[in-house]
Design a protein around this ligand. Structure first.
Ligand SMILES: NC(=O)C1=CN([C@@H]2O[C@H](COP(=O)(O)OP(=O)(O)OC[C@H]3O[C@@H](n4cnc5c(N)ncnc54)[C@H](OP(=O)(O)O)[C@@H]3O)[C@@H](O)[C@H]2O)C=CC1
Ligand SMILES: O=C(O)[C@@H]1CCC=N1
Length: 278
């Protein structure tokens, strides 16, 4: 489904902001068959080398706005803080056939329809960086003017980089951002602190880093491939009276363990999302 939708778009997909997320998404679309001449990148700060590489593949990089045909999709992938300056100039591009997809943390549907008009079809979504290897998670909420064909289109675009979850309540987006949008950072931090703890326990630091990284990656792959709940996979490691039980006694402490700490971390990220709403 994704491939045929991406190959038969009537107008271009315009990407505003070709950074880490926007760039990963563009690669996913091109891989899945979006014709390069249907992709337009707008990013005044794109490094010259990256711009040349995209142009060589047929992607239009920073054309004059007046030269861009009516877009099928306008993907907003700039930082939320630059949105008030960067978005209004794009308003003339947004016509009745344009789906606006935002991946900006915090920025609300109301903020975007304030710029693109109350009739604009807008999807607010939050992807994550495993998108770079096609293993992203995107949580999306549709605005009121999004047709079912446009919802399919958004599913195809975001499905090109991983799984897509739709929600109906925009009020949940900041919490979703705190879990799946920011979540990869928590997993990477786990690899970092396990390596540091291994070094503190006497392992050569480079060996500690290697085995910590491979362990987090392997556990993630097992979680992915197994049908068992995470709790069962954890229990399968935990021999009664053994080493894991000793560690989990610390990590699962009811007041100072991972659980309450993660609740605090997700609450902090959720609060920040609300602040970024502007
Ligand atoms: N990184 C992540 O894990 C996730 C990010 N997001 C969201 O994605 C968006 C982008 O994040 P991320 O990719 O990490 O950030 P990046 O900074 O990597 O990407 C943003 C890009 O936009 C460029 N830019 C700055 N100003 C403009 C402008 N006026 N017009 C066009 N492009 C401009 C930036 O250039 P320069 O850097 O030189 O300023 C940069 O290349 C954010 O809104 C973020 O909330 C959502 C989910 C996950
Ligand atoms: O840190 C951020 O604000 C963005 C949104 C989710 C992941 N990165």
């Amino acid at each position: 489904m994704s491939e045929s939708v991406l190959k038969s778009l009537s107008g271009p997909v315009v990407l505003l902001g070709a950074g880490k997320m926007g760039g990963a998404m563009l690669e996913g679309w091109l891989k899945l068959g979006l014709p390069a001449d249907k992709a337009v990148v707008l990013d005044p700060n794109i490094p010259a080398e990256a711009a040349a590489a995209l142009a060589a593949r047929g992607v239009a990089v920073n054309p004059a706005l007046a030269d861009i045909p009516a877009p099928c999709v306008l993907l907003l992938a700039v930082k939320p803080q630059v949105a008030p300056d960067a978005l209004p100039q794009l308003s003339p591009l947004v016509g009745p056939g344009t789906l606006v997809v935002s991946i900006m943390a915090g920025r609300t549907l109301a903020f975007m329809s304030g710029i693109f008009g109350a009739g604009a079809a807008i999807v607010r979504s939050i992807p994550n960086t495993p998108a770079a290897i096609g293993r992203g998670v995107s949580v999306c909420v549709p605005g009121p003017n999004v047709s079912s064909a446009q919802r399919d289109l958004a599913t195809a675009l975001l499905g090109a980089i991983g799984i897509v979850e739709w929600i109906g309540d925009e009020g949940l987006m900041d919490a979703a951002t705190a879990v799946s949008g920011s979540g990869p950072a928590y997993a990477f931090l786990l690899a970092e602190v396990m390596a540091e703890a291994g070094a503190a326990a006497g392992l050569p630091p480079e060996l500690a880093a290697r085995i910590a990284r491979a362990t987090v990656a392997g556990a993630g792959a097992l979680l992915d491939q197994s049908d068992l709940p995470a709790a069962t996979l954890r229990q399968n490691v935990t021999s009664p009276g053994g080493t894991t039980a000793a560690a989990l006694g610390v990590l699962m402490n009811e007041t100072a363990g991972f659980g309450p700490l993660m609740v605090e971390a997700v609450a902090a990220a959720t609060r920040r999302g609300k602040e970024l709403a502007g």
